[in-house]
Design a protein around this ligand. Structure first.
Ligand SMILES: *[C@@H]1O[C@H](CO)[C@@H](O)[C@H](O)[C@H]1NC(C)=O
Ligand SMILES: *[C@@H]1O[C@H](CO)[C@@H](O)[C@H](O)[C@H]1NC(C)=O
Ligand SMILES: *[C@@H]1O[C@H](CO)[C@@H](O)[C@H](O)[C@H]1NC(C)=O
Ligand SMILES: [Fe+2]
Length: 598
């Protein structure tokens, strides 16, 4: 397959060889202070066509050991990848140096305080620790309020909404919950019929290759309470390969230890999901349309310039991950506390990419996605009383859309002008060759183009922020509530006596912080790497339209205001913030980076 694509690319470049040749050096020198232009108003269309032709030769598709989308190769691609590394790598090295320095101190502090003897003790892991790498610790409330069922359920409506769905009245139920009526006042069937039942299904994870730690593939039911309207957990069923028939169903009626372990088992799945799915869901899903754009749009095209800004230094990530997978795959090296091998993580990441779940372009537009899962504008069942993920993400994404609307409208006076942009049309066709899943089948309206650009920015700034940068370490992979794996096998009967036997040791806990701190960028808080600065590149803006410059100013002001709002959030008199026993501040636009950092 790849071979035939490469061949057709080579044929395409051969066919246009009659046009004037432009050296690669000339492409590099094409940077000047002229305004960016659409192809129809370029004064030198021959040079422009030649420039694109050179890029098509210098940026080709290749397969990568990590899998998922095609990876760029070729003289120009390789040069860019090497050059990117100069700016991309130093913060990573600095972070590694900080965690290497700070982890023995954290370990020592845990020991000095008497070690980890109960779940509450995991606060020692963070308290006054990680001065450079993670000074503020997990999101406020999550370390003290983890026994509250609303912490568990509301994490699904903030930190990790990507596997949640409302159960349709016609769906087949996955397992019975005998206690449903005693817990909720309604039977499982009634909850379903009323559109109050929700599901997270990670059952496929039971098939992953185990390490010497343990995990299960969990199915979890959640519901909207008939009286209070609260979103609460109903049941968790951990599935273990070979033991499916005797799988236990845990509910809030179980002993505190049993129920806590069940919730943690599902949290572990979400942590794994965040870790591996984010590679495809934010990185690759954005990288591949970008690569197609590089091969079809001139460096003078305002749309490509905008993509360059949003897709900052993307190409070094997969090599880094690939090295990590190889290092972690050896039996006694690498991540020692995951329940499953990193090789099976790579396989799983490719599964969710190939299935389209995480890679489909249009069906992952945030509103479309949330609607398809019955989480917003559902045609059945009550609306969610509080949906912090949607509330925060909508503010930022709609501000991005507002910016993109002005930007695009300032270049294209009509839909017809979009349809007549030969480079945009070539980009759309190229996305087929690049195998971008579910990309718009045509780009014939301003709206379509605005949607595409808004989604690209959403993938890097928001999806990555939620699933990786400040998100994971602060919520879905924070301790004690979300261990990366368990030290004891998944129980065959209820009655866990000592939950600490399952929990990571002090060394394991420190490893977990170090692992996820690599993506976190506390040091970028309030700098121009954050979402507020997404379009604040004066060199770029000076070559764009005045309307674009105004829109960038407005975006910055709107994001600053939203940051102030987020930072003013508190717990109310019931100890809740937006119905949650924690404060989800991951999308603070003056803290979350605007791009998919690592
Ligand atoms: C680009 O880099 C890849 C990976 O190192 C290499 O296989 C390929 O030959 C390089 N291509 C060129 C044209 O330098
Ligand atoms: C971001 O800030 C840094 C440090 O202050 C500065 O060197 C850099 O030029 C800024 N970047 C942009 C695009 O303004
Ligand atoms: C959650 O934690 C915060 C800070 O520790 C506390 O003020 C609040 O009362 C807690 N909320 C609940 C519902 O326990
Ligand atoms: Fe990442």
């Amino acid at each position: 397959m790849i071979k035939s694509i490469l061949t057709s690319v080579l044929l395409a470049t051969a066919a246009v060889q009659a046009s004037p040749a432009l050296t690669e050096r000339a492409v590099e020198n094409a940077n000047n202070n002229d305004a960016y232009t659409l192809p129809k108003s370029d004064r030198n269309p021959r040079a422009r066509a030649a420039e694109i032709e050179v890029k098509r030769k210098g940026w080709q598709y290749s397969e990568f050991p990590m899998g998922v989308a095609y990876y760029p190769t070729g003289t120009l691609a390789n040069k860019t990848i090497a050059k990117d590394e100069e700016t991309w790598f130093p913060p990573i090295a600095k972070k590694a140096e900080a965690t290497a320095r700070e982890s023995p101190i954290a370990l020592e502090a845990i020991k000095a305080k008497g070690g980890l003897n109960k779940l509450e003790d995991y606060i020692y892991l963070y308290e006054d620790q990680w001065a450079e790498s993670f000074p503020e610790g997990p999101i406020p409330g999550i370390m003290t309020n983890f026994t509250d069922d609303r912490t568990f359920s509301m994490m699904r409506l903030s930190a990790s909404p990507y596997r949640l769905q409302r159960v349709k009245p016609t769906d087949k139920l996955l397992f019975p919950v005998d206690d449903a009526a005693a817990i909720t006042g309604l039977s499982l069937k009634q909850l379903q019929a009323q559109g109050r039942l929700f599901l997270e299904d990670f059952s496929e994870m039971k098939e992953l290759d185990p390490t010497d730690k343990f995990g299960a593939g969990c199915q979890g039911y959640f519901y909207i309470h008939p009286k209070s309207g609260d979103f609460l957990p109903l049941a968790v069923r951990p599935l273990v390969k070979g033991r499916e028939d005797s799988a236990l169903v845990y509910t809030p009626k179980d002993s505190a230890n049993d129920w806590m372990l069940a919730k943690m088992l599902l949290n572990q799945n979400d942590g794994w999901h965040t870790t591996w799915a984010h590679i495809t869901q934010s990185h690759s899903a954005a990288e591949i349309p970008y690569l197609a754009a590089i091969r079809t749009l001139s460096e003078n095209h305002p749309v490509l310039v905008m993509l360059h800004r949003i897709e900052k230094t993307p190409w070094n990530i997969r090599p880094l991950l690939q090295n990590g997978v190889e290092a972690g795959a050896a039996p006694d090296s690498g991540p020692a506390y995951y329940a499953w091998t990193s090789r099976s993580g790579r396989t799983w990441a490719n599964q969710v990419y190939e299935s389209g779940e995480v890679a489909n372009f249009q069906s992952n537009y945030y509103r479309t996605f949330l609607e398809n899962r019955g989480l917003i504008n559902s045609r059945f069942g009550p609306a969610l009383k509080s949906f912090p993920f949607y509330e925060d993400v909508a503010v930022i994404t709609e501000s991005i859309r507002e910016f993109m609307t002005t930007f695009i409208n300032s270049y294209y006076s009509s839909d017809r002008a979009v349809a007549q942009d030969s480079e945009l049309q070539a980009w759309q066709r190229e996305t087929d060759v690049a195998k971008v899943y579910d990309f718009p089948e045509s780009i014939k309206s301003r709206r379509t183009l605005i949607d595409i650009l808004t989604h690209q920015a959403y993938l890097g700034g928001i999806v990555h922020g939620v699933m990786s940068t400040n998100g994971a370490i602060g919520d879905t992979t924070s301790l004690p509530f979300a261990p990366a794996g368990f030290r004891q096998p998944i129980p065959t009967k209820k009655g866990v006596k000592d939950i600490m036997e399952f929990m990571p040791t002090a060394e394991g806990a420190v490893w977990q912080v170090v692992t996820y701190a690599a993506a976190n960028r506390y040091s970028w808080k309030d700098t121009n790497e954050t979402i507020s600065y997404m379009f604040e590149d004066q060199a770029m803006l000076s070559r764009m339209t005045p309307q674009t410059r105004e829109a960038a100013k407005k975006f910055k002001a709107d994001m600053d205001a939203f940051s102030v709002e987020i930072r003013a959030r508190t717990f109310d008199k019931d100890g809740l913030n937006r119905g949650m026993p924690f404060q989800w501040n991951v999308m603070d636009p003056n803290w979350a980076p605007y791009w998919s950092v690592v």
